[in-house]
Design a protein around this ligand. Structure first.
Ligand code: 0L1
Ligand code: MG
Length: 262
């Protein structure tokens, strides 16, 4: 199923699963799928989002923790896209409709002041930053029980489902982001404790890696983009009515709640 028609069929299966609040079996259970085929499916998923009126607002990185990369035998992380429809307002309520097996993870997010392309270096990426934020990412795999192989999860836009951005911290260029303490609490219970160091050792390196990954596919990062650099702790399962707070050294708090009567 390596052609564009095959990619579109798979993208539609993911799109329908999300629309109906259902999950599907991973594609790789039926036939072999390559990483590049996974990205071709993701391209079609993105087209479906944009055709339905969503706007591309940024990118996300996945599989950015070194232990996870070693465990999966990865040389590089994976990347997906973010749309305006995925954003949940800080302090707001995330609807539970169409959510199936949602989880939340704390991340470091960037707002790009300038575009980035090609084989950029860390200092160039740093110079292009506008602001940094603490953030919460909501993931919700369209594959049953998060049972996927790498090309499947790439096809499924790296499980992206939503994101919440904390207060903008300007002068991101002067901040040392290598070891910010992070606490993730759900419904008043501090449940995960981590550090921004879990994101490739430094979230800035994740930004560099994103631009390299985009370049490999003939894409680049636009000015004004939001970038979710990767999870800093394990992701926690969400339930209707949950209240989620992420606390970030230097970057402040980010919170949202999940609709109670899903
Ligand atoms: O944002 C992420 O790191 C998720 C990447 C995909 C893996 C997963 O769904 O757990
Ligand atoms: Mg994530």
């Amino acid at each position: 199923m390596a052609n564009q028609n095959g990619a579109l069929l798979r993208a539609k299966a993911l799109w329908q699963a999300q629309a109906q609040g259902k999950t599907i079996a991973r594609f790789s259970a039926k036939e072999k799928i390559s990483l590049e085929e996974g990205y071709l499916v993701q391209d079609e998923v993105r087209r479906l989002h944009l055709d339905s009126g969503s706007r591309l607002v940024g990118r996300k990185m996945g599989m950015t923790s070194r232990p996870k990369m070693l465990q999966m035998g990865l040389k590089a992380p994976i990347q997906g896209f973010l749309t305006d429809q995925m954003e949940v307002e800080e302090g707001g309520v995330m609807p539970w409709k169409n959510r199936v097996q949602a989880k939340v993870e704390p991340e470091i997010a960037f707002l790009m002041d300038q575009p980035l392309s090609g084989k950029v270096k860390a200092r160039e990426a740093q110079a292009a930053l506008g602001a940094v934020m603490g953030a919460l990412e909501i993931i919700d795999s369209r594959f049953t029980n998060y049972d996927f192989q790498l090309p499947d999860v790439v096809a499924d836009n790296c499980s992206a489902a939503g994101f919440v951005l904390g207060p903008l911290k300007r002068l991101a260029r002067n901040l040392d982001l290598t070891n910010l303490g992070i606490i993730l609490s759900v419904s008043g219970e501090p449940s995960q404790f981590g550090s921004s160091a879990a994101i490739l050792g430094d979230p800035l390196l994740s930004l560099v890696s994103l631009v390299h990954l985009l370049d490999e596919r003939g894409e680049s990062l636009e000015a004004g983009s939001i970038v979710l650099a990767g999870g800093a702790t394990a992701a926690l399962a969400l339930k209707p009515g949950a209240m989620v707070v992420g606390e970030f050294s230097m970057l402040g708090k980010v919170k949202f709640s999940v609709e109670a009567n899903g």
